[in-house]
Design a protein around this ligand. Structure first.
Ligand SMILES: Nc1ncnc2c1ncn2[C@@H]1O[C@H](COP(=O)(O)OP(=O)(O)OP(=O)(O)O)[C@@H](O)[C@H]1O
Ligand SMILES: O=P(O)(O)OC[C@H]1O[C@H](OP(=O)(O)OP(=O)(O)O)[C@H](O)[C@@H]1O
Ligand SMILES: [Mg+2]
Length: 284
């Protein structure tokens, strides 16, 4: 018994998908041009596919799981189960128009031709906004469409915005926010579900660790109450005596987002020799 997972063969999600599996302790041999491989230490077979095909493979049961952008899952519309958001491949699907076009509201898209690779999502967006527009489906290089007279507007993926900028376009509406997700076939067997739970447990441990840091510091004992008060820790901070009398070593776990504020307060409260170390896995 094993699980079969489909991941992108090459492109934006390929490396991060493999990295995630590796961080989960799953060893896969992903040689160049390999279309299929097997993990050596987890019952997992990996298929390398075009991202557009992944939802259908999972729906058909050719693969049990897939790693793919939410944008593709939504566009394809299969009733797949989204098991876990993965925190990479973050982007938005956005409407954009030439910089020179006057644009105030979504009404300005009325009667326009919109080029996109996401006709289903765009159609849904237009319908909800009560806009009638013509959708031109193209499979790539969407940003070029207004420049060659194919359309007046586009709807495509954006992250830094540099592709839009380079093509003289401006972003005017966010249609969808997306990131890579783990999807599963809705009819997994009980045994497959158990394996999936094992995999998800590992993914969650990796994800939690990414947002946290391990902090070690030295503190004079008379400042301990104040310093401990600043630290959350998984339960409470660990305090160990130093060889030098009157001093302690304090260990704790900090959230990445609170990190700089807390470090400043710790220093102000008398902490010294503060070390911040990445955490590899975290199980609560
Ligand atoms: N600029 C971006 N920043 C972050 N994530 C992105 C970006 N562009 C796309 N993505 C995400 O990565 C996924 C794959 O993007 P990519 O451009 O590699 O697709 P593709 O060209 O269709 O690849 P394939 O050859 O597999 O069909 C997208 O569906 C989206 O979820
Ligand atoms: O806002 P930006 O950071 O410029 O990113 C947006 C671009 O990224 C994606 O294409 P990608 O570069 O993956 O190439 P592709 O068109 O060959 O898929 C997307 O289709 C946009 O064209
Ligand atoms: Mg594709």
């Amino acid at each position: 018994m094993k699980l079969r997972i489909a991941i992108q063969k090459s492109g934006r999600l390929h490396e991060d998908s493999i990295k995630l599996l590796k961080e989960c302790g799953i060893d896969i041999n992903n040689g160049v041009n390999k279309l299929k491989t097997e993990a050596t230490n987890f019952p997992l077979e990996v298929f390398f596919l075009r991202d557009d095909d992944i939802p259908q493979y999972v729906e058909d049961g050719v693969a049990d799981l897939g790693i793919v952008g939410e944008n593709v899952v939504l566009e394809k519309g299969y009733p797949l189960e989204t098991v876990e958001k993965l925190g990479f491949g973050k982007c938005r699907l956005a409407m954009a128009v030439p910089k020179s076009m006057e644009y105030a509201t979504v009404q300005d898209l009325h009667g326009k031709r919109i080029a996109t690779s996401y006709p289903v999502i765009v159609n849904d967006f237009l319908k909800k906004a009560g806009i009638q527009a013509e959708i031109h489906e193209i499979s790539g290089s969407v940003e070029i469409a207004p420049g060659i007279g194919l359309a007046e507007a586009i709807c495509d993926l954006v992250s830094s915005g540099s592709t839009l900028f380079m093509n003289g376009l401006k972003e005017v509406e966010t249609v969808l926010r997306s990131e890579a997700v783990l999807v599963a076939n809705s009819k997994l067997t009980a045994e497959q579900k158990m394996l999936l739970a094992k995999l998800v447990f590992r993914i969650q441990a990796v994800k939690k660790a990414k947002n946290t840091k391990y902090v070690l510091l030295n503190a004079p004992n008379d400042k301990l109450p104040e310093i401990i008060g600043l630290l959350p820790g998984m339960k409470s901070p660990t305090v160990l005596p130093l060889a030098e009398a009157g001093w302690s070593s304090v260990h704790s776990v900090l959230n990445e987002n609170d990190f700089w504020d807390i470090i400043e307060s710790l220093k102000a409260a008398g902490a010294q020799g503060i070390l911040v170390v990445p955490i590899e896995k975290m199980v609560i």
